[in-house]
Design a protein. Sequence first.
Length: 201
Amino acid sequence: MLAGARVRRVPEGGTLAAVLRAVLLVCHAAFADPQAQVLEPPAAFTLQAGVEIPAPVRPRLQALAAAYRQATGKSLVITDGTRRPATQAALMLRNLERGDDIVRLYANKPAAVQVQAAWAAAKSAGLDPAAVLARITEVIADQVAAGDHVSKHLREGAVDVRSVDMSGVERRVFKRLARALDIAVIDESRTATPHFHLNFV
């Protein structure tokens, strides 16, 4: 008998399966390391607080994150996903106030021009910050209602990935893996909020 092992009595007439279960329990108790821990692999990606991942893009995002982790040993950090008009308005207002050229930044330039014009008109009218934000939100909401999206975040087709903690080699690996999965990559790593913008639609 194994030293230190506890004996488990098998009832008379017990089935073979019951006997085997008892034997296995005895062996496990004898050889198990009480200090051992089962380590789960790290998540392929993590979300910053409040970020919502669009359901249609999740499978390819998961595939990208898993491939990146296999190649680099690191997980991706998702900093943005689906946006509502109010959230989009707040981000664009932040960009405008710090002097960014949003017409250059956004692919849908006519929609960006409308937002920029609404901001300029609200500022010229002397509106307070809350009213300026409300005016921009109204413009973006009207665009969305008409099927015109200044950002693909508004149509559940984009996410942003943090890039500030990636090395040059890791950034190149990331871009290569994303494009292999037919994910368009816009490098915004040199902006005030360094990230990669991923378009899935």
